[in-house]
Design a binder for this molecule. Structure first.
Ligand code: DQA
Length: 157
């Protein structure tokens, strides 16, 4: 079982940027925590961060046939990128969207996510802990998919 975590623009600045909104944790620390939980659950996990829209789309496309699930924080592209939405939509694997801040109580332009409607669900407003919640949610979704597939296989026999 493999999960890929994709981080959008400026998230490499976590721990430095607007700590009152995004907290003090660095991206590497968030990833280290996720890696621990993934290991405990026998899941392989990969991390990717980019400030470029096209690189995020390339990484999403690489997940096809390779990853079982994705956690993505598209950051500012959440509110603007039809291209990232289309890339998520083209994949037939569960995707969980994360936002560190509660985008629904911020500026109006942040209150719309173009990407959330093509994701399994969205977690917004729980700080860096949201990534942990996303991982738990995604593992649950993947376990359900596995159980359904096993049942289908058994019915064939
Ligand atoms: C963010 C929210 C976005 O509006 C913003 O552009 C970000 C981070 C969040 O995690 O809260 O860069 O995605």
């Amino acid at each position: 079982m493999k999960i890929v975590v994709i981080q959008g623009p400026n998230l490499n600045m976590l721990g430095h940027r607007e700590q009152n909104i995004y907290g003090a944790m660095k991206l590497d620390d968030i990833h280290a925590q996720m890696e621990n939980v993934a290991k405990q659950n026998n899941i392989s996990i990969e991390f990717f961060q980019s400030n470029f829209e096209g690189e995020i789309i390339d990484r999403l496309q690489e997940c096809l046939g390779d990853a079982d699930g994705i956690i993505i924080n598209p950051a500012a592209y959440t509110h603007t990128s039809v291209a990232i939405r289309d890339a998520i939509s083209a994949l037939n694997i569960p995707v969980v969207e994360v936002h560190i801040s509660n985008i629904y109580r911020r500026e109006e332009f942040r209150q719309k996510s173009l990407t959330a409607p093509v994701c399994s669900g969205q977690i917004s407003g729980f700080g860096p802990f949201g990534y942990h919640l996303a991982l738990i949610a995604l593992m649950q979704i993947l376990a359900e998919i596995e159980a359904i597939n096993k049942r289908k296989e058994a019915e064939k026999k």
